[in-house]
Design a protein around this ligand. Structure first.
Ligand code: UGA
Length: 436
């Protein structure tokens, strides 16, 4: 990676996207100020601690603060005055009807408009509905009392939690929705050090690329999950089917892992929002509604499989391994574990659980769960063990010890991390997803 030219950048919002993007932009040589109205959060960051779990991020923040390329503030005015490019990375949580709540984006746009003292590029980084770029433009125009020139750019992010730094540093593509040559030149300079393929297009197309990409990835997961159900009905193996499909370059091997459903703050929320947007512009996106339904059914299939092993669920004790929506994160938002645990509890099951990092977050959303200090404590005396997150350490468990600790040797593997044949040899009653 070669530094080409330093750009002064402000990132408004130090949530997941903002903090990772801001830090990585500093790492590639830019002068970055990250801004948030949560003064507690800014204080924590100034002390070199981070409010989220993301491998490598804390060290990278410290390094860039030390190099004086990264700083933090609570003042949008100060950040706007200091910078040429301003990334808006504030939250867009779902409203009750599924639409994205854009009130934070609007409020920040206003403040930027009022604080601008010269030309600025305002970049929408938050995941927003198509046409938001135009709304940002109008909002800034209305508050831009001194009529300073500015451009709005859409630059959707494709970071995955848990590998966000790598995703930022080595992206498959950088999408830039621009409306002027001036903004295009500046944004190309910002991303030049990454040497990544650029897709330069209109604001609307850039916004749609984000919706379409996340929806397509969810669709791929639901597709393979639907195939897993058919595999179960005909005695085929979904792992082999996925491999056989994925070797076709037109299909590709990624996001074809059958499991207990997708979760997280992105796919469920973005899918809902996209269905809503499509509806508003006059298209009934039935395909995506089906993707959602398959995902819900996939979570409940874990409850059904457990019932098949235990007959009656009432008064049984079940140990859960893994709570986060995927490994390498403590994020519990829309985690399949929540639906599955609540489903089991409604049948009278007592739940014990362990997750390497997500237990503090889980305590905020789950009730009546006994947390163990390790997987063995959770297995002890349980009638069944259910694996819901494929943390690498679960692959290396002493399974004979687990079997001895369980009161009955039952395992439901919601992520297909063990081999059916081996599990049977070890004497487990073992159920997984879409495998004979
Ligand atoms: C997702 C996208 O992958 C990112 O490109 C995007 O930037 C991000 O949303 C966002 O919009 O902010 P993320 O939610 O961090 O990233 O997680 P993923 O790694 O995509 O996994 C999502 C869910 O799908 C997880 O619950 C995972 O277990 C599940 N999954 C993934 C499967 O069940 N099977 C697979 O084959 C892949």
């Amino acid at each position: 990676m070669q530094k080409v030219k330093m750009v002064k950048i402000a990132v408004i919002g130090t949530g997941y996207v903002g903090l990772v993007s801001g830090t990585c932009l500093a790492e590639i040589g830019h002068q970055v100020v990250c801004c948030d109205n949560d003064s507690q959060k800014i204080m924590t960051l100034k002390e070199g601690k981070i409010p989220i779990y993301e491998p490598g991020l804390e060290e990278m923040i410290r390094h860039n603060v030390m190099m004086k390329r990264l700083s933090f503030t609570t003042s949008i005015e100060e950040a706007t005055k200091e910078s040429l490019v301003i990334f808006i990375a504030v939250g867009t949580p779902p409203k009750e009807n599924g639409e994205a709540d854009l009130s934070y984006v609007e409020a920040v746009s206003r403040e930027i408009g009022q604080a601008m003292d010269g030309y600025r590029v305002i970049v929408e980084k938050s995941t927003v509905p198509v046409k938001t770029g135009q709304w940002i433009k109008r909002t800034i125009e209305a508050d831009n009392i001194h009529s300073h020139p500015f451009d709005v750019v859409s630059n959707p992010e494709f970071l995955r939690e848990g590998s966000a730094i790598e995703d930022f540093m080595y992206p498959d593509r950088v999408v830039l929705g621009v409306e002027s040559e001036r903004a295009k030149q500046i944004m190309v300079e910002v991303y030049e050090p990454l040497n990544a393929p650029l897709v330069i297009t209109s604001l609307e197309s850039a916004e749609l690329i984000k919706h379409a990409s996340n929806s397509f990835l969810s669709l791929k997961i639901s597709f393979i999950n639907a195939i897993s159900r058919i595999c179960e009905l005909v005695g085929a193996d979904v792992e082999v089917v996925a491999k056989g499909m994925g070797l076709d370059k037109r299909i590709g091997p990624d996001f074809l892992r059958a499991g207990c459903g997708y979760g997280g703050f992105c796919f469920p929320k973005d899918l809902l929002a996209f269905i809503k947007i499509a509806e508003e512009v006059g298209y009934d996106f039935k395909l995506l509604k089906e993707v959602q339904e398959i995902n819900e059914a996939q979570k409940m299939a874990v409850v059904r499989k457990t019932e098949e092993l235990l007959w009656n669920l009432n008064n049984k004790t079940i140990g859960i391994l893994g709570l986060a929506f995927k490994p390498n994160t403590d994020d519990m938002r829309e985690a399949p574990s929540i639906t599955i645990i609540k489903g089991l509890q409604s049948e009278g099951v007592k739940i014990k659980a362990y997750d390497p990092v997500a237990m503090p977050r889980a305590k905020e959303v789950l009730e009546d769960v006994i947390y163990g200090n390790d997987p063995y404590e959770v297995a002890e005396g349980s009638d069944c063990l259910i694996l819901l997150t494929e943390w690498p350490q679960f692959k290396d468990l002493d399974l004979l010890k687990i079997k001895e600790l369980l009161s009955r040797p039952n395992i439901v593997d919601g992520r297909n991390i063990y081999q059916p044949e081996e599990m049977r040899k070890l004497g487990f009653n073992y159920k997984s997803i879409g495998r004979p």
